[in-house]
Design a protein around this ligand. Sequence first.
Ligand code: NAP
Length: 232
Amino acid sequence: MQIVIVGSGKMGHAVAALAAARGHTIHAMIGAEDNAGGRALTRQRLEGADVAIEFTQPDAVVANLERLVEARVPVVTGTTGWASALPRITRLVEERGGALLHASNFSVGVHLFLRAAEDLARRFAGHAAFDAFILEEHHAAKRDAPSGTALTLREALRKGDAARSFPITSVRAGAIPGTHVVTYDGPADSVTLSHVARSREGFAAGALAAAEWLPGHPGVHTFEQMLFGATQ
Ligand SMILES: NC(=O)c1ccc[n+]([C@@H]2O[C@H](COP(=O)([O-])OP(=O)(O)OC[C@H]3O[C@@H](n4cnc5c(N)ncnc54)[C@H](OP(=O)(O)O)[C@@H]3O)[C@@H](O)[C@H]2O)c1
């Protein structure tokens, strides 16, 4: 496939390396320079691209998605911190007959962890002796806090137990790729469920698998729907 990569940071480079190793062609890699407001994403530059993979930052992603959808290039984005714009982008994708797949986390392990967390919350529901909370840790350069995955984790926990609030504590330090921990702490014991990302390769592999799947699937999709089916 001819793949456009938008964002030449840590994830953009990880996806580009994996895509090349899997025999895809990097049609273009578009960094921040010259792309204010998505202006480098012209039809001319995108011509011949099968799909775009977008990993930038919260203040850039929405304009990039608008330009890619307008140009009718299916787009996978892993950028976090733009959930409030999702309804508007969804309308645009539907109006233009485009294709978008978004995920705050492209690790298959995380999506299994989210299901386990929902089950854990269901089992601890009503056990008032335990306090429940989320701790998430990422590298010092990550801009949004809490992480998109921590917010998704809280949603999963609330599906299992609507009576708890599940407060989130965020740590930004060093080079941590991403750690999410749910703790139920009681007077006699403590129970934890954690997901620890060892590197960015798992995220890159998930994003690339999504990019290989997306062309020919119009509409707005999540990685979870791709993995487990629309009704899961
Ligand atoms: N879904 C997942 O599985 C997953 C996994 C890891 C990370 N993420 C998320 O993905 C995003 C990127 O993460 P990262 O670790 O790659 O961050 P990063 O290393 O900071 O890279 C972000 C890149 O985006 C560039 N950028 C900013 N505005 C741009 C624009 N208008 N057009 C093109 N590029 C632009 C930045 O350029 P400058 O440096 O020049 O500003 C930077 O190189 C973050 O939102 C992060 O939370 C998601």
